[in-house]
Design a protein around this ligand. Structure first.
Ligand code: ITT
Length: 196
């Protein structure tokens, strides 16, 4: 079976990608590569950061490497936190601190102005060479309080368009069918099939 190394230390991303690929690839992530360096995300776009991660990690191994850079863009905050989503409340912030900061920044903003989207840019590389870049996004709204226990990151605060529950309430069966990551991964999977 073909192998795919995910250039991520976020095990939630790995779980979602594994579920989306439905066993077509043997997937590993950086937990199997403890000496891999921490890649500094110095880019100002998801594409730049995803490229930095894919190129750096694929330079160190033989596998096909897939990087995911993703985050939340909130219209009332002019697209923030964007590429800073993982470190919105500070360099070592956890999901709960990031969610609390988001709620604080949106205090008093009415529901109709709490529009937002998750974006994901995936870059595939081998031996330091970028082979393809793929994008996905999902529109939605930011709740006034956290709801649900599934998923990770901002999932308890994000209600995707066409639904009444947050990603954390909807669970992986629904999230992995319509998320930004699912949409980017669909493009990757089609491209990988055509390449054969
Ligand atoms: P790697 O760089 O190791 O892949 P990371 O978590 O630091 O892991 P990013 O730099 O791409 O990854 O930051 C993504 C952040 O955006 C993530 O930590 C969440 O806060 C948020 N995010 C991305 N996708 C999400 C999702 O599906 N659900 C909820 N929050 C998400």
């Amino acid at each position: 079976m073909k192998q795919l190394l995910l250039a991520t230390r976020n095990t939630h991303k790995t779980e979602e990608v594994v579920a989306m690929l439905k066993g077509c690839f043997k997937v590993a992530d950086l937990s199997t590569f403890p000496d891999a360096p921490e890649v500094e995300e110095t880019g100002v776009t998801f594409g730049e950061n995803s490229t930095l991660k894919a190129v750096a990690i694929s330079n160190l191994c033989q596998s096909l490497v897939l990087a995911d850079d993703s985050g939340l863009e909130v219209d009332a905050l002019q697209g923030s936190p964007g590429v800073y989503s993982a470190r919105f409340a500070g360099p070592n912030a956890d999901d709960s601190a990031n969610n609390q900061k988001l709620l604080t920044e949106l205090t008093g903003v009415p529901m109709e102005q709490r529009t937002a989207r998750f974006r994901c840019v995936m870059v595939v590389a081998r031996s330091g060479v970028v082979l393809g870049e793929f994008e996905g996004s999902v529109e939605g709204r930011i709740l006034e309080e956290s709801r649900g226990t599934g998923g990770f990151g901002y999932d308890p605060l994000f209600v995707p368009e066409g639904h009444a529950q947050s990603f954390a309430e909807l669970g992986p069966g629904i999230k992995n069918g319509l998320s930004h990551r699912a949409r980017a991964m669909k493009e990757v999977a089609e491209w990988l099939r055509l390449k054969d």
